[in-house]
Design a protein around this ligand. Structure first.
Ligand code: IPM
Ligand code: MG
Length: 356
């Protein structure tokens, strides 16, 4: 029996997570999955409910669970709150609190959706790359930080910091993932300008000695951004810092034409994980039954594979997604002329039917 904390969050979070829960219920009843769900609050809705974007209770329950499934956080309603109360602080807070340092963001092009990409078919067809993003360090969390008054004017500061051990552990994650793939790691940095990146590069070299079967290369982040849109299939695993990974993973997602399709995992050293779609809370379409629930459903698949040791059930979900896409069903975000456009609910039902 596993226990999973469901955090729908804000915006479309609730409706997409509801579809994933349907899939979980079905796998429990028909396929003996044995997943118990508890629900909690995070983000803006947690603020509305409790006055904090990350209630203490959410952390306590998260620590009792085996994994977390998160929808999305944020929305204009909470943008004017003071810094510490904003929905994003809840997300960054839970990552830090649970030490979810290893963020896996796969970018896979579904052949059925090749036309959804803005890039030429031959550039992206067959794309399957994995971005491994360090998630609890770097400039997102470094001290000192803040805005102060200095010499009579406002002065803003953030600090890009990494210790040797922080770099080494994300390096190990990346190499271990590469061992199960095409055995190539490209480490992305800005070592020609930043000392912290020079250390990053050195430590990656040291870690690579433990993985003689994996090839390590290095690339500056500006070039990596260019290569991602020029020839993305050259990459197998990319490993990079928190901020660079944030930027490059949005870019990689768009190569597949469908940010609504991509799941992610954020793992700690015990493979405890928080799983979430990589897209945001899309407040503009919330409650309209048009959001794409597939990234969230695929996040359940990643959870089964990476944290719960139930890869055969993960495969069932992936196969169902493929089957439904093969049948030509699409939510609006991934549709082209001639597709059968369905809403959030119906897409969830189609996946459930395909698994049954
Ligand atoms: C992401 C998001 C978050 C981040 C935001 C919402 C804080 O962009 O998960 O990529 O910057 O990490
Ligand atoms: Mg981002």
């Amino acid at each position: 029996m596993s226990k999973v904390l469901i955090l729908p969050g804000d915006g479309i979070g609730k409706e997409i997570v509801a579809q994933a829960v349907k899939v979980i219920d079905l796998l429990n009843t028909n396929h003996g999955m044995g997943m118990n769900l508890v629900e909690g609050f995070i983000g803006g809705s947690a603020y509305d409910e409790t006055g904090s974007p990350l209630p203490e209770d959410t952390i306590v329950v998260a620590k009792e669970c085996d994994s977390i499934l998160l929808g999305a956080v944020g929305g204009p309603k909470w943008d004017s709150l003071e810094w510490d109360l904003r929905p994003e602080r809840g997300l960054l807070g839970i990552r830090a609190e649970l030490d979810l340092f290893s963020n896996l963001r796969p970018a896979i092009l579904y052949p059925q959706l090749a036309n959804a990409s803005t890039l030429k078919n031959e550039v992206v067809s067959g794309l399957d790359l994995m971005i491994v993003r360090e998630l609890v360090g770097g400039i997102y969390f470094g001290q000192p930080r803040g805005v102060e008054i200095k010499d009579g004017e406002r002065f803003g500061v953030n600090s890009a910091t990494y210790s040797e051990s922080e770099i080494a552990r994300i390096g190990h994650s990346a190499f271990q993932i590469a061992q199960k793939r095409d055995k190539r790691v490209c480490s992305v940095d800005k070592a020609n300008v930043l000392e912290v990146c020079e250390l990053w590069r050195e430590v990656m070299e040291e870690v690579s000695k433990d993985y003689p079967d994996v090839e390590l290369s290095h690339m500056y982040v500006d070039n990596a951004a260019m290569q991602l849109v020029r020839a993305p299939k050259q990459f197998d695993v990319m490993v990079t810092s928190n901020l660079f990974g944030d930027i490059l993973s949005d870019c990689a997602a768009m190569l597949t034409g469908s940010i609504g399709m991509l799941p992610s995992a954020s793992l700690n050293k015990n493979n405890y994980g928080m799983y979430e779609p990589i897209h945001g809370s899309a407040p503009d379409i919330a409650g309209k039954d048009i959001a794409n629930p597939l990234a969230t459903i695929l996040s359940v698949s990643m959870m089964l594979r990476y944290s719960l040791n139930q890869a055969p059930l993960a495969e069932k979900i992936n196969a169902a997604v493929n089957e439904v896409l093969d049948q030509g069903y699409r939510t609006k975000d991934i549709s082209a002329a001639g597709d059968r456009i369905v809403g959030t609910e119906e897409m969830g039902n189609l996946i459930v039917d395909a698994i049954e």
